[in-house]
Design a protein around this ligand. Structure first.
Ligand SMILES: *Cc1c(COP(=O)(O)O)cnc(C)c1O
Length: 480
């Protein structure tokens, strides 16, 4: 198409003013206002001009587009004014899916957020004394209860505090590690095994965080083998901290060796150098009863004698995004008085969600926490729901089967921890599995599924039962 043909097409476009005055858009102008309407009209016309410039439109196509302008403006306006962040149905079976927001927040936590956040609260106000208080008291008391119960004896005897474990909250576990390293080891050395210099999803790298904290990384051992003697040889007068990092999202198998926690505790005590563990996931209850092995709890680490444990609020704990630092009260006090703590602190919404989640733990009401509830679902109950879903899908275009599969904990939890499940496997006559998955992603609400061996797999473990009908309806719409 030559440039004079293109100018001919440009001349057929109405001006922004003319388009806004189109009678078809009058009701839109009334409900959204002139300014929003003008912006939408401008955006739609700009898009059309771009398409003409690129030679995408011929005369006939342009006439169609011009006739559809009021509709396009309305759609543009609705898109611009609707939420971008929205609920999706997670049918991947990955319980703590970082891209999908990790742990869903429990209903009790939502209620508590709503009650305390839409009015004033005693966030930092001591009601008895009538003076300024600390925001951590609301959750520290619960962490003390959950983590202190029977650790008193095992903790350092030199601490005279009545309660020897305390906990502070920052924005996420990356912030927790940064703060802890800065408070305990700024300008000094931190000894870490080369086998634990991990990158966790979302570019969290221990060497980088270490550098930002002002601490100097002293690597010991090799990727596959680090002995306690390697740590011992590395200790010098500049050593401030021994650090163990949970490998979280990978395993090293074969010819391997790792110092045991017990050995590290003994070395730390003998040299009077604190031992910190970046646990990552930080389970508060023993998950073995949920069929998950290999994931030690925060209490396990404290009991073993680790001085400081850092972990996330939205992984196995099942609460809001947060970074928790639990351990020796004297060391935690040093972090609380560090100016980074002020910069990394969390808001009242997080405290409310965390307090409600921790109270569920105190009550042993694990079903109240969605991530823990999902872990406990049996393969049979998930399979039953998949059967019921399949029965609702009557289109002859769909081939459905219930097959055994595995759900994942995700979120950098025990890398090999899988839960047996049954998934609904779908193939569609006139769509590839990738195309069907793409249509599911763009349906309302969006549905995220796995694709394996040419089939779309839906694992209902991570689908809330109340979403089963929406899932069936979306599939029916796609194939209709
Ligand atoms: C997940 C994880 C982190 C990062 O935690 P965020 O809460 O995402 O900042 C750090 N260390 C380990 C070992 C982890 O598993």
């Amino acid at each position: 198409m030559n440039s004079s043909q293109k100018s001919g097409l440009f001349r057929q476009l109405p001006s922004v003013d003319d388009l806004v005055r189109d009678t078809a858009l009058a009701p839109i102008a009334a409900s959204y206002g002139h300014e929003a309407l003008t912006n939408a009209a401008r955006a739609v016309l700009a898009r059309l001009r771009q398409e003409i410039t690129s030679g995408l439109l011929d005369d006939a196509a342009l006439q169609l587009a011009v006739a559809g302008l009021p509709g396009a403006v309305e759609a543009q306006l609705r898109r611009a004014l609707s939420y971008s962040l929205k609920p999706v149905i997670n049918a991947t079976g990955v319980i703590l899916h970082t891209n999908l927001g990790r742990a869903p927040i429990s209903e009790i936590a939502i209620d508590h957020i709503k009650q305390t956040a839409q009015t004033y609260s005693n966030l930092e106000f001591n009601l008895t004394a009538g003076e300024r208080g600390k925001r951590d008291v609301h959750v520290d008391r619960l962490f003390r209860h959950l983590l202190n119960e029977d650790t008193q004896q095992q903790l350092h005897e030199d601490s005279k505090n009545e309660s020897r474990v305390s906990t502070i909250v920052v924005n996420n576990n990356a912030a927790a590690v940064l703060l802890a390293l800065n408070a305990l080891a700024d300008g000094g050395e931190v000894i870490v095994s080369r086998g634990e210099l991990v990158e966790i999803g979302g570019s969290f790298r221990i060497p980088d965080v270490m550098a930002k904290s002002g601490a100097i990384l002293h690597e010991v051992g090799t990727t596959n083998r680090t002995r306690i003697a390697d740590y011992e040889k590395a200790i010098n007068e500049r050593t401030r901290l021994l650090l163990r990092v949970h490998r979280s999202n990978f395993e090293i198998t074969g010819f391997t060796q790792q110092a045991t926690t017990q050995e590290l505790v003994e070395l730390s005590r003998a040299n009077n150098i604190p031992l910190m563990e970046d646990l990552g996931s930080g389970a508060l209850v023993d998950l073995r009863s949920f069929g998950i092995a290999g994931e030690s709890t925060v209490l396990d680490s404290l009991r073993a004698g680790v001085d400081i444990v850092t972990y996330s609020g939205d992984k196995l704990l099942g609460g809001p995004q947060a970074g928790l630092i639990s351990g020796n009260a004297n060391l935690v006090a040093r972090m609380r008085s560090n100016s980074l703590f002020r910069a990394l602190r969390v808001d009242k919404l997080t405290y409310a969600a965390l307090e409600a989640t921790l109270l569920a733990y105190v009550r042993h009401d694990y079903d109240a926490i969605p991530a823990l509830r999902m872990m406990q679902l049996t393969k049979e109950s998930i399979g039953g729901r998949a059967q019921a879903l399949a029965k609702k899908l009557t289109s002859p275009k769909l081939k459905l089967g219930i097959v055994d599969g595995e759900s994942l904990l995700g979120g950098g939890a025990a890398p090999s921890a899988v839960l047996p499940t049954q998934v609904l496997a779908i193939t569609c006559e006139d769509l590839s599995a990738d195309d069907l998955a793409a249509l599911l992603r763009t349906s309302e609400p969006p549905i995220i599924a796995r694709v394996e061996e040419g089939r779309v797999l839906l694992d209902l473990r991570t689908v809330f039962p109340a979403q089963d009908d929406a899932l069936a309806a979306a599939l029916a719409r796609i194939v209709s």
